[in-house]
Design a binder for this molecule. Structure first.
Ligand SMILES: Cc1cc2nc3c(=O)[nH]c(=O)nc-3n(C[C@H](O)[C@H](O)[C@H](O)COP(=O)(O)OP(=O)(O)OC[C@H]3O[C@@H](n4cnc5c(N)ncnc54)[C@H](O)[C@@H]3O)c2cc1C
Length: 441
């Protein structure tokens, strides 16, 4: 080929943006995005408060610099340093709407914002959760198989049935936004990875994660701002990918048809599968994509404390309530953002009414990382690059996270044999980094 390789990257979430960022130095890249906005699940709203404006994420919010090593390297390459990350202490309260005022658990550590004014609720349920997480940590330490289900690890522990039903299933289901009844089918490695990374700085302290002060949408804008060699087509959803000669014809909602040499589908599986319909010999790939379960999720950023525990002494940064077979969170920003965040909340409202004083709402589809989904990603991994067709996205690597999205982009760029300083900056061996979760780079 005499011209630089022409690549269509379809989808401009963090995975697609990072893929374009890695490929553009040596390829001719067109980035297609169906929405008018870049970032996908990285979606930030600016909230005016009596103490100035703050940025709050509707979708992906938490990062964990030590546990998200490849994403951390991307942030560093974009000039986002520790000073741009607000520490987010993760405390949690678990309640059941049926038992209104009595939380089942209030985690026994306090962020500074609440020190002295918080009443932990622990006891045997907390101990059962500890037993389960210790077993999950042992399993992760021996690099246990990601296709082992939550039920397979949990059942032999023979924990009290009400602790499993009221605490462990709801907590694990919350991470995937799935029904509590689906929790037993989750990959136990995927379901527990966030929790296992939550090591507190000192006993009695809340584990610290982080929120980018520019928001995840801000980091998406930073990547886009560096895409000087990529043609970015927003409001341009791809409707079909057809094989023509040695390349592909890409058709989009604007009505354009364009020839490229290679295609990277940086899309959730439910959006990628229909695009492959015109391609012969792709049935196995489509079957694998269709095996990824997703669930609809509505999220609201608001000023109403309606979904917080009744007693202020039970408030945490993450407040979970189980109702109608679902467990939904209300995140409180006071301990993260200080005074400007005291009256700002982010609540999952898929299965309950919308709170008052709403600032913004969004609908997403959340990946449910079941053992079937883990198997399906193995299939896609084995077909990566076949006939010039590649797959990226947070569903393909590690857990559904910013880290997974960036790792998937690195995987694709390596397939292309890229040799750029950007790829070198992201792709030092993960094993070099302390606390790095077992991954598949
Ligand atoms: C509510 C919620 C909270 C989350 N919280 C966290 C968190 O705290 N921390 C964390 O690390 N992760 C979190 N996640 C996980 C999140 O999914 C990943 O971190 C990551 O942002 C996904 O990036 P992606 O690029 O793979 O996919 P997406 O962000 O879904 O991007 C896919 C893009 O493809 C576009 N698209 C779809 N169809 C087409 C088409 N036909 N043509 C062109 N474009 C198309 C979409 O518009 C979208 O922009 C959360 C997810 C949700 C839903």
């Amino acid at each position: 080929m005499e011209h630089p390789v022409r690549i269509a990257v379809v989808g401009a979430g963090i995975a697609g943006l990072t893929t374009a960022w890695l490929l553009e130095p040596s390829h001719d890249v067109t980035l297609y995005e169906a929405a008018e906005r870049l970032g996908g699940h990285a979606d930030t709203v600016t909230v005016p408060t009596g103490h100035g404006e703050v940025r709050v994420d509707l979708g992906a919010q938490y990062v964990y610099p030590a546990g998200f090593p490849v994403h951390g390297r991307l942030l560093a390459a974009l000039g986002v340093g520790p000073a741009d990350l607000a520490e987010a202490p993760v405390t949690f309260t678990m309640s059941s709407s049926g038992r209104k005022n009595v939380p089942l658990i209030v985690s026994p550590h306090a962020p500074d914002e609440l020190r002295g004014s918080r009443t932990p609720v622990t006891g045997p349920a907390w101990d059962s959760l500890g037993t389960f997480l210790a077993a999950a940590a042992d399993f992760a330490a021996v690099d246990g198989d990601w296709t082992v289900s939550l039920a397979e690890l949990l059942d032999p522990l023979a924990l009290p049935e009400d602790h499993v039903r009221q605490i462990i299933h709801p907590l694990m289901a919350y991470i995937s936004s799935c029904a509590d009844a689906q929790a037993p089918e989750l990959s136990v490695r995927a379901a527990t990875a966030f929790f296992l990374a939550l090591a507190p700085r000192a006993p009695g302290h809340a584990p610290i994660w982080a929120n980018a002060t520019c928001g995840m949408g801000g980091t998406a804008s930073l990547i886009a701002g560096e895409l000087r060699g990529t043609e970015i087509r927003t409001g341009s959803g791809v409707t079909a990918v057809r094989r023509l000669g040695d390349g592909y014809e890409i058709t989009d909602t604007v009505g354009d048809a364009r020839m490229v040499d290679r295609v990277v589908l940086a899309l959730p599986a439910y959006a990628a599968s229909p695009l492959l319909e015109p391609l012969a010999g792709r049935d196995g790939v489509r079957r694998a994509m269709d095996a990824f379960p997703y669930t609809p999720v509505s999220v609201a950023v608001h000023r109403d404390a309606a979904y917080m525990p009744v007693d202020r002494a039970h408030w945490s940064t993450v407040n979970l309530d189980t109702h109608d077979g679902h467990t939904e969170a209300s995140n409180w920003y006071g301990p993260v953002l200080g005074p400007p965040g005291r009256q700002v909340f982010k609540s999952w409202t898929t299965h309950r009414g919308r709170p008052k004083d709403t600032i913004a709402v969004r609908d997403f589809r959340h990946l449910v990382l079941t053992t079937d989904a883990v198997r399906a990603r193995g299939v896609l991994d084995s077909r990566q690059g076949e006939d010039g067709l590649y797959f990226a996205g947070s569903h393909l690597t590690y857990i559904d996270s910013q880290e997974g999205a960036v790792r998937s982009a690195v995987t694709v760029a390596k397939h292309f044999g890229c040799d750029s300083p950007r790829l070198a900056a992201l792709s030092a061996p993960v094993a070099d980094l302390a606390a790095a979760p077992a991954g598949t780079l």
